[in-house]
Design a binder for this molecule. Structure first.
Ligand SMILES: [Cu+2]
Length: 204
């Protein structure tokens, strides 16, 4: 009966791997954009593009380019070529305006990542959001960190919880198997003591 020991060892190894994490599962990051965050362009651009550190998934990508009124100037679906996501813009995009590129893509490791890149054209005023007007930092959506990845902060917490749950599962499994083993031994003993008088009774 060594199966449960092997199983427990495998689960414990899994828990250790989870707790330590693995650098191979890091998200992709936004490493460049056109226009850049805060850039003032002389003319209205025909498209915007985002460059990621690695290939992002072709599903789940969303890019909008909004003005102060919230109107989206992107036309069609974003085009993803390996790590570069490009969105075409309506040619009526104002040449004097403030805009925000709001993007979300699914990283190669399956995690969604998102950010906001503000830019202006001509003499346009930057987009002001209610949170900025109230003098509050936008937090994870901060315009100064387009690559902000809120869930990277939570990652160690999530892994810790998973590791604890796995450790508890291993402990419960071991307890269950030990109990079953003990009960099995007790059954054997009961069977022995039950059959002994039987033999005596039938013997002359
Ligand atoms: Cu990730």
């Amino acid at each position: 009966m060594r199966t449960w020991k092997l199983l427990a060892a495998v689960l414990a190894a899994g828990a250790i791997i989870l707790l330590n994490g693995s650098p191979a599962t890091a998200h992709d990051e936004l490493i460049a954009s056109t226009p850049e965050s805060g850039q003032r362009l002389a003319d209205a651009p025909a498209s915007v593009s985002l460059t990621f550190s690695d290939e992002v998934l072709t599903i789940g990508a969303a890019v909008v380019v909004v003005d102060q009124s919230g109107q989206d100037w992107v036309i069609g679906e974003p085009v993803i070529t390996e790590g570069i996501v490009t969105a075409a813009l309506d040619d009526r995009l104002p040449s004097d305006g403030g805009f925000e590129i709001r993007w979300r893509v699914v990283s190669g490791d399956g995690h969604p990542i998102s950010g906001i890149i503000p830019f202006t054209t001509g003499d346009g005023e930057p987009v002001v959001r209610p949170s900025d007007a109230a003098g509050q930092s936008a937090g994870a959506d901060s315009t100064t960190s387009p690559g902000a990845q809120g869930d990277s902060v939570l990652r160690p917490v999530i892994l810790g919880v998973l590791g604890a749950a796995l450790a508890l599962a291993v402990f419960s499994l071991v307890q269950f198997l030990l109990r079953r083993r003990r009960r099995g031994a007790a059954d054997d003993a009961r069977q022995d003591s039950a059959s002994a008088p039987d033999l005596e009774r039938h013997s002359p």
